[in-house]
Design a protein around this ligand. Sequence first.
Ligand SMILES: [Ca+2]
Ligand SMILES: [Ca+2]
Ligand SMILES: [Ca+2]
Length: 294
Amino acid sequence: MKRATAALAAVTALFAAPASRAGFCDDLLASEPATSVCDAADDPAYDDGWQPGDDGGSGFAAGGWSFDAFHPENTGHDLASSTLNGDADEDGDLDTNGRAWRIHAGSNARIYADRAFAAPLPFATPLTIEIDTDAQPLYGGTGFELSSDPAYASTFAAYVLSTGNWGVVWPSTSAVDTGVPANGEPVRFAFTRIGEFQFRLDVTPRGGATRTVFGGVGNDLSHLRLVNSGGNPLRELFFNKITVPVPGGAAAVGAALASLAACARRRPQEKTRSRNSLSRGRSAVSSSARPSAT
Ligand SMILES: [Ca+2]
Ligand SMILES: [Ca+2]
Ligand SMILES: [Ca+2]
């Protein structure tokens, strides 16, 4: 009887609702309550899969995720572990609670995953996202875009180049090669609007040095698009951890703005870009080990 009771308890425990777990955004909001945007693949909205209209996280416009595809029969979107590609180590890559968002596409196919923010990206505060892919598309882009509206050409994009490295593209500009490889390991992107017509992108591979690109951007950026242009064999792109954290809240933003103003004063060559950069397309790439601002 005792043994039967124990067995019943074990079975009951097996099928009981899982204990509530702290997700990535719960942890972030606990440490940085002023965070304005956060979503991650471990949000409960994705427990039953990643469907159109899923609206996990906070700081986004109504409507949730939407998907579009060229040759949709050759594409897919789901949740999977980002450790399926790359070096097969056991650090979890960019997973949260064992999973990440995945978009994949085969030959002659392309898939988009779109989400709008509740408000345009703020100044002086980075949008961060982690991406893990080894896709080197034959044509089109694989990476992420920021725009005022997905119906228009993207305003800013980070794509994998034919070199196998991550590149950065903005209007009227040839792609800037960051030198950071797309090798199936996580890369963290931090995009910051540092002026009405300027952005800064920090690209950090797991365990590697940050590369920084300065460029021009002129529109409100309120829309995030992940894109995977296909190939053969099927190409995968994993991503996760979308945040706009504001550590310390308004005071920290003020300090950040002051710091950026000081940075701009030290970079007279950057000041001349502003609006003209959109047509002339100059760029700068620097390494955190040897910042060009000093
Ligand atoms: Ca869902
Ligand atoms: Ca990986
Ligand atoms: Ca790995």
